[in-house]
Design a protein around this ligand. Structure first.
Ligand code: C5P
Length: 409
């Protein structure tokens, strides 16, 4: 491996990379990989098996990455679950060198050290770069374990042939940095097709106050908006979720909590500059009390109560008129109980949207509050895509698949 760092492809720059090191002699080469990735602007965090520490010490990795290297499950000074934190944090995982032992343990689902436990806790793409003696490499047990990993979506970087530390010549040498980076790019590109995109999502039913303790709202759970935000974040977008609903935030999603339609509009105006995509899944109220009482309205003192309501201006329609936001692709959502296509197209035009998802609320098995949804996605160019019944997360990914080609580069 050259002393000058191997050029790191642009697609990897800036990514959060967990580098999991197992106990092979090639661990010393992985110090150079960690250094090259760090110098290229990646944030690299290292976790090691106990035997890896016999080849390279954690301080070496800390020195080149600037982050402490974990060498055990109880090593993270305070965090009871360092493997979950690392697995959640990582956008891509590289296991290098991957010994026959760690490959077998990953394949059998073990989690008895920080490396295997992190892999079980992770959701991101995983790249495994094996390195071992040629006889070990050729054993059916090793090859079958690798086949299991591949079947489960792990990408394996083929080892090289040549001189091995054992003195033999054969296949089993850790692949070069360029090959490893190339495979990582491939794994990352497939997953992070929204990398470099800025996406703003709205969720939930807005709340319009009657007095300090009461409000008018609707049955929207916010689940569709949260699913869209999670899907976009998992695909590499920078995501802000402007939400009138409270659910646990997905890792990597910046949540801005709002109540009223007016707050939502103000938050959107401050968030949308430079955004590529607005997914307007919130159920914004249509009417609000003309004025909210300053103090709690008391039943004892109020024999009857009439509320005067005024219409709420349309948020997306007013954003459509904003010149400075002309570059934002705007997708609306419409809950309809009949004529999805006709009503969808009418709203698309009236609200100046680029696309609209019309979903069917006449069905009891989908929509409001449910984990499922179905409908149709209509684009302003006239194209139409049926969205079959699916979980809201699956539907979110399908919507992103269809919208991505329409976004400006
Ligand atoms: O007209 P309707 O409420 O069905 O339209 C739904 C779409 O319009 C949603 O995307 C919703 O977020 C948006 N909307 C809005 N401002 C309103 C009402 C709805 O932006 N006041």
């Amino acid at each position: 491996m050259p002393l000058d760092p191997t050029p790191v492809p642009n697609e990897l720059r800036g990514l959060r990379i967990a580098l999991l090191v197992s106990g092979g002699i090639a661990a010393y080469k992985v110090v150079d990989l960690a250094s090259a990735l760090t110098q290229a602007g990646c944030e690299v965090r290292v976790a090691m098996t106990p035997s890896a520490t016999r080849f390279v010490g954690p301080p070496t990795f800390q020195g080149v990455t600037g982050n402490p290297a974990l060498a055990g499950l109880f090593d993270a000074g305070g965090s009871p679950e360092p493997h979950v934190a690392l697995g959640d944090w990582a956008q891509v995982i590289l296991v290098a060198p991957a010994t026959a032992n760690v490959i077998g343990r990953i394949a059998s689902g073990r989690s008895d050290d920080v490396v295997t436990a992190t892999l079980l806790a992770a959701r991101c793409p995983v790249v495994v770069a094996p390195a071992m003696n040629d006889a070990m490499w050729s054993k059916p047990a090793v090859q079958e374990n690798l086949a299991t990993l591949r079947r489960r979506g792990v990408t394996v970087v083929e080892p090289e042939s040549g001189h091995l530390a054992s003195g033999h010549t054969g296949t089993g040498r850790l692949a070069g940095a360029q090959a490893i980076f190339g495979v990582m790019v491939h794994a990352v590109r497939a997953r992070y097709d929204f990398a470099g995109r800025r996406v703003v999502v709205t969720a939930g039913g807005t709340r319009e106050p009657i007095d300090p303790v009461r409000f008018i709202s609707n049955y929207s759970s916010g689940k569709m908006g949260f699913a869209l935000a999670a899907a976009a974040a998992d695909r590499g977008a920078r995501v802000t979720l402007v939400s009138a609903a409270s659910h646990p935030a997905h890792h990597g999603v910046d949540v801005q909590r709002v109540d009223t339609a007016e707050e939502m509009l103000a938050e959107l105006r401050s968030q949308l500059g430079g955004a590529d995509l607005l997914l307007m899944a919130a159920a914004v109220g249509d009417f609000r009390p003309t004025r909210a009482a300053r103090h709690k309205i008391r039943r004892e003192e109020t024999p009857s109560l009439s509320l005067q309501l005024e219409p709420i201006p349309d948020i997306v329609a007013s954003l459509a008129g904003d010149e400075s936001l002309a570059g934002v692709f705007r997708v609306g959502f419409a809950a309809e109980d009949s004529d999805l296509d006709t009503k969808g197209v009418e709203k698309l035009n009236r609200k100046g949207l680029h696309a609209i998802v019309a979903n069917d609320i006449s069905r009891r098995d989908i929509g409001f509050g449910s984990d499922y949804n179905a409908g149709v996605l209509l684009f302003s160019d006239g194209s139409r895509h049926e969205l079959e019944k699916a979980t809201k997360r699956e539907m979110a990914d399908r919507i992103l698949d269809l919208v991505l080609p329409k976004l400006k580069r």
